[in-house]
Unconditional design. Sequence first.
Length: 450
Amino acid sequence: MKKSIEKTSEQTISILVIEDDPGDFGLIRAHVRLSGLGISDNKEPVAWAKTLAEGIAAARSNRPDVVLLDLSLPDSAGLATVQAMRAALRSVPIVVLTGHDDSALAVAAMKAGAQDYLVKGKFDHDTLGRAVRYALVHEALESRLQLFDVALNSVANGIVITDVNSHIQWVNPAFTQLTGFSLEEALGRKPGELMKSGKHDPAFYRNMWETILSGQTWHGEVINRRKDGSLYNEALIIAPVTDADGTIRHFVAIMQDITERKQAEAQISRLAFYDALTQLPNRHLLNDRLEQAMAASKRGGFYGAVMFLDLDNFKPLNDTHGHAAGDLLLMEAARRITSCVREVDTVARFGGDEFVVILSELDVDKAESTAQASIIAEKIRATLAESYVLKIQQEGKAETTVEHHCTSSIGVVLFIDHEASAEDILKWADMAMYQAKEAGRDGWRFFAGQ
């Protein structure tokens, strides 16, 4: 870490002068004492080396804070002197001393690694003090920028810097790894041109821009598109960068690929709320959907219906051909039931060979709602009664084909604005289903209490 140029009387700035002329060194030493750099009065302010080799050796044994370097030395001259010193001490600031007032040489010395440039005989202690202070500050800033550069290029999250018009000015390697777009491909383009997926509506982006243009940081999740066209989930932070008067000059975006996390969350949700065999909602999700349908019915004043279904001839199939055949039948029954209802309706597997259907938003008139529910119940009954051709594959055995006939018994309950619970409605539908079984099966019945 660099020593501060704000020194106490107990501390000194360590200065190494590499100069072959004793007279010039004496003058420099006097300027240093008068410069106000915090040099202790009871300690030699500077170390002296007469050649580049001596200077490099001295610097390596006792690292200085600043090097004052003559460009004309017995063992080195010109820009090669700066380059050699910079190679030996990469993070020590260098102030070049020369007898030639040559601006082109000054620029070249800066490019070679010097922080400042002084012409011999044309500077006093104040000028020297300013040059040393500038060199210290400049080197400290360069070191900090190098640290930031390493950090930004090493982080796992993608980083994008744009101008105020959203044109990309810089991206880090993690951005390229995440999106597939190189720095060269991204420069000058807008992030939306590269990665927009079309999965978000205009209101989503409007909210984003309103936030960051107001000077606030936006946090959210975005679905973006990679260079190869694949979609991914991204946790995104966009922060405006302002100048001293509050004017936004840049935007910095930090992005993290959360695709695997979202997939894991979706899998956990599916395991918690969906039946593993049929992929239909399970009892937990069924209860939630039914409560939502009842609340919507109450608000809108229209009827809904619940159907409780049981497959009549399921057990014999399981007993004769095994669970693999039973699973195939359940999956096909789930598909057939789903094909008979609308997208707004819900089909759930209640357990075993029992299914529940929620019909939403039927009609405000009870008679019309009853007629609609009857039509759907009959459609489901007829569809489930059609023959099943099941191709059963068991481990170590050849595939067998089984034709099976399986009817269903269906109980139906209408609901609207009343105080019955979801549990009550399911119970009534179950009771109506048993009434259908008692009536001979392969049929449907409305709950007798309605």
